[in-house]
Each structure stands twice: as structure tokens, then as C-alpha cells.
Design a protein. Structure first.
Ligand SMILES: [Zn+2]
Length: 387
């Protein structure tokens, strides 16, 4: 007898090349079976998923999810299970000096699975721009924090903004690479400098340092340090990085997602590997909202639903090295499942450069299954239909 059976949904699982009407059976918090016509009487509980899309639990690989520790951060469940996302990774809100609250308070109070990227700066994003001077970097303490939290910390975060980056950008990126490399972890690099202080060629200079698995955040930013040259062509260093396995991540956020940059990249064949929201308190109620709205924007820009599911399941699972338990509907994997619907209508969606695009489809969470438990959506805000 199964605990739960999801019947007749359109199952999309890029990890197994599945896109078909299939039933999914769950037992003991794990996926038991994916097949056609599993009899309803074989399960204690049955969910009718007709006209819905059933995917591995969505993964938001970059949001700011240590609510209560840092003022810009949302609660993990607000970015997570309450909006159809079963796993989130915090993109460097904390550094070693304040990381302790993360496993002690944030993770135990969340249904959503939470990982994080540890900021190279000891104070994380508690002061922005961070890394005002070298005293904020303590390599020994950072290494000790990573060493004792290997199960939570998935990489080292660094933003190409502020004082130290202005004076010694490449050197600091090398420091982050070195410390992450000690633990065989990737680095996550933020591009997009609102204050326009770092060298205009810094992004170009650091791209060759990134290896397969390292993450470039805000690939579609229109801010200083972005990946389009003045003639609109993509930096050749970016194409090379993508080809050798550097993860190009969307990380929409409050300031770093431009429809125009995205169109320019997509037209030149440069696709993101992962789609993430970079959600914070200000962007939760306008502009960004969360992962499914970010996906909806990219669907309007021409990416297919299948591509978007891959960019929010299989690909981030690999980037976070959790593909053995998450990001797939294979039997034995955690029963983290997102049931989504595609709403039809008209919505005006805004990027971070005041461009408004009217879209006719909105990807919307219908039900979240987290380790076999049913969690209905509790959205703080969503885009309002256009008049
Ligand atoms: Zn961020």
C-alpha cells in the first residue's frame, strides 16, 4: 500500500527524459514508482493531477533565505514550499561570523530543504556593499566553518562590488577559489555593480578563472560588469566558460534581470543552466515574487517549459551536488514534488530596468509535496492580471 498517489498529471522529469501522462506513487517520504495507470486502491491517499504538470520538487538555487538573521532575507518556506519550491540555497547572506544562526535556527524552523553559499566576507550581507576592508576576510575561520558544516554549505559566495573589488578584484576571486577548492566546492560570483566602481573589464578578467561547476550569478544583468559588450555581442569569455561547464545562473533579484540582456543572450545561443529568483524582502511583493514568476518571464522570452523544468530541477541539483536525492522523479529519490499549473490570461511583468512585458501564461504552484507531505501554496504576492 502506497502512502500517496498522484494520478494523471503530465509528468516532466528531464533527468529521465520523461514527458508523459504518468502516475507517481510515494511511500515513506520517497518516490516508489512512476508508471501509467497505477490503481487508486493501492494507495491510502490519491491526488487528481489532471491538467496539471508534475515535476521533481523545484530548486531555487539562489535566494536570500535566512529570515530573522539578516534584514533583507525571507524565511526559507516563503521562498520555498509555500510557493512550489522544495529546496532553496541561500546565496551568501551569511559569512563565517554570523553563519552559526543558520543551522541552529533557520534550518530547524523550515519545511523547505535549505543549503547555503558561505560569503567570503565574515559579515556576509549584514552590511552592503560588503568587504569594505581586508579585515572582513578571515580565511582560517571561513575554512573552519565550511569544514564543520559540509552538509549545509555548498560553495563560497563573492560579489564583484565595493572597496576591495575595486582595488584588487582578481586577487579576491583567487582567494575565494583557493578556499572553495580546499573543500572541492564551487564559487558563486555575483556580477552587476550598481555603483560602477569595479573595473569595467573585471568580469572579463575573472571568467577564465572559473572552472566547471563554478556559478556565475545574474547572467542577464544590465548593470555595470554585465556580459554583453557595447555592440550587443556576448563576451567570448562567457561563451567559453559556459562551454567548459561554468553554471550560468539567472538570479533575478531586485536589480539584476533585464529582458533586453536576456533577449540578446538567447538570440546568440547563450542559455542559462539554472533559473533562480535571488528573492529578498523587497522583491517578494513586486517585480520578482519568486521562482515560478521568474520562470514565466523566461517562458515569455522563448524558453520551453521542458527547458525551464530542467533549469530548476536537474541542473541546480547537479550544481548543488544533491542529484542523488533530489531533482528527479526516479524511484528512491526524496518525495519532493511540485504540482504546477499554467494559467492563461494577461499579466504585466517587470524586469529590473523598468521594462514591462505583457505575458499570456503564468506558471503557478498548485500543490507542493515535501518528503511526502502535502503543502498548499501560500503566496505572499503574485503579479496582478493586466486590465
Ligand atoms: Zn543574491
Amino acid at each position: 500500500m502506497y502512502d500517496l498517489l498522484i494520478k494523471e498529471g503530465r509528468a516532466i522529469d528531464p533527468s529521465q527524459n520523461i514527458d508523459d501522462k504518468l502516475d507517481i506513487a510515494i511511500s515513506g517520504g520517497k518516490i516508489s514508482k512512476v508508471a501509467k495507470d497505477i490503481p487508486a486502491q493501492e494507495s491510502r491517499q490519491v491526488i487528481d493531477a489532471r491538467d496539471k504538470i508534475v515535476t521533481p520538487g523545484l530548486i531555487d538555487m539562489h535566494c536570500h533565505a535566512c529570515g530573522g538573521l539578516i534584514n533583507i532575507c525571507v524565511e526559507p518556506d516563503t521562498a520555498g514550499v509555500k510557493q512550489g519550491v522544495t529546496t532553496v540555497a541561500d546565496g551568501g547572506s551569511t559569512g563565517q561570523a554570523i553563519f552559526g544562526g543558520f543551522p541552529k535556527y533557520v534550518i530547524p524552523s523550515s519545511h523547505t530543504t535549505v543549503f547555503c553559499f558561505l560569503h567570503l566576507g565574515s559579515q556576509g550581507l549584514s552590511i552592503m556593499p560588503e568587504l569594505r576592508d581586508w579585515e572582513e576576510i578571515d580565511l582560517d575561520a571561513t575554512a573552519a566553518t565550511i569544514d564543520s558544516n559540509r552538509d549545509v554549505i555548498k560553495g563560497v559566495k563573492l560579489r564583484l562590488v565595493g572597496n576591495i573589488m575595486e582595488s584588487a578584484g582578481v586577487k579576491v576571486v583567487k582567494m575565494a577559489k583557493k578556499i572553495a577548492g580546499k573543500f572541492d566546492l564551487p564559487i558563486m560570483i555575483h556580477i552587476g555593480d550598481v555603483q560602477k566602481r569595479v573595473s569595467p573589464t573585471l568580469t572579463q578578467e575573472i571568467l577564465p578563472l572559473l572552472e566547471s561547476g563554478d556559478i556565475l550569478s545574474h547572467v542577464f544583468t544590465a548593470k555595470h560588469g554585465g556580459i554583453l559588450r557595447s555592440d550587443g555581442t556576448v563576451l567570448p569569455e562567457l561563451k567559453e566558460a559556459s562551454e567548459r561547464g561554468v553554471v550560468l545562473d539567472v538570479a533575478h533579484g531586485w536589480l539584476n534581470f533585464s529582458f533586453e540582456t536576456a533577449r540578446g543572450c538567447l538570440d546568440q545561443g547563450v542559455l542559462p543552466a539554472t533559473v533562480s529568483s535571488d528573492l529578498t524582502i523587497p522583491s517578494l511583493t513586486t517585480r520578482t515574487y519568486g521562482l515560478t514568476v521568474t520562470m514565466s518571464k523566461l517562458m515569455a522570452l522563448g524558453l520551453s517549459l521542458e527547458q525551464l523544468i530542467q533549469m530548476t530541477t536537474t541542473n541546480p541539483a547537479r550544481a548543488l551536488s544533491i542529484e542523488d536525492s533530489k531533482g528527479s522523479l526516479k524511484p528512491g529519490r526524496d518525495a519532493d514534488i511540485s504540482i504546477l499549473e499554467i494559467l492563461s490570461g494577461a499579466w504585466n511583468l517587470e524586469d529590473t530596468e523598468q521594462e514591462i512585458m505583457q505575458v499570456s501564461k503564468l506558471i503557478s504552484p498548485s500543490l507542493t509535496i515535501k518528503s511526502g507531505e502535502l503543502i498548499p501554496p501560500q503566496l505572499v504576492a503574485q503579479p496582478q492580471p493586466a486590465d
